[in-house]
Design a protein around this ligand. Structure first.
Ligand code: PEP
Length: 242
């Protein structure tokens, strides 16, 4: 049974005043949807007290040690998280993370009993060169540990050119990539049919229903439109109704 997940990635946004938005999101009825917020680490323990799921935005490959400024999966779990993102394109770009690093981070998440939401997706150059599906295979093969299961792993397909830009792929483009991811997972994992696959990239209330109607789209990873309850809760509603 695949989980329907509405995940909000707050990135480096949110002061303590933002906890009020998280409260409004947590209090919103979510039906059969897992509502998940990945706030900045400074707010995680506070938001984890609310009635919603929480996650980190990244974790280190080690469970502790001399890594100034980093956070471990064990620390995320200790703060109340059940999930963590790994391999978000902003980590890949800003911090030079490659598939091997993301694989190790995802394995560290499993060791702390977190579900890893492993992010993959092509740049505009790759799409225009016609290499999207090849890249998706490379990222899945490299980033997803052999120990992945439908319980400890969620895949988020996020075309880099759609993140924070207002540009959204066509429904056919999303359907093609999600079907490809499903085929890849089904070929590699015995429970590959059960992994949740999220779409991410400029999801908002006005396009959510159309995206959630696409086969093999089990939810969304949402950046900008997850910061305010008024923007995020209609997305949760659309997913619940899909
Ligand atoms: C993201 O940060 O993962 C994301 C999809 O951002 P946005 O929804 O703002 O495009």
């Amino acid at each position: 049974m695949r989980r329907k997940i509405a995940a909000g990635n707050w990135k480096m946004n949110g002061l303590t005043t933002a906890v009020e938005e998280a409260k409004a999101i947590a209090d919103h009825p979510n039906g059969n949807v897992t509502t998940l917020l990945c706030p900045p680490a400074t707010l995680l323990a506070q938001i984890a007290q609310l009635s919603l799921a929480t996650g980190g935005q990244d974790c280190h490959t080690a469970d502790k040690g001399a890594h100034t400024g980093d956070i471990s999966a064990a620390q995320l779990a200790d703060a109340g998280a059940a999930y963590t993102l790994t391999g978000h394109s902003e980590r890949r770009t800003d911090h030079g993370e490659d598939d091997a690093t993301i694989n190790a981070k995802s394995a560290a998440a499993y060791a702390a009993n977190l579900t890893a939401i492993i992010c993959i997706g092509e740049t505009l150059d790759v799409r225009e060169a016609g290499d999207t599906l090849t890249l998706i295979d490379t990222q899945l093969a490299g980033s997803v540990p052999d120990t992945a299961t439908a319980t400890n792993t969620v895949i988020a397909y996020e075309p880099v050119w759609a993140i924070g830009t207002g540009k959204v792929p066509t429904t056919d483009q999303i359907a093609e990539v999600h079907a490809h991811i499903r085929t890849h997972l089904a070929a590699r994992f015995t429970d590959g049919a059960d992994f949740s696959i999220l779409y991410g990239g400029s999801v908002k209330a006005s396009n959510a229903a159309e995206i959630f109607a696409i086969p093999d789209v089990d939810g969304a990873l949402v950046g900008g439109a997850s910061l305010k309850a008024d923007d995020f809760t209609p997305i949760i509603d659309s997913l619940a109704q899909s």
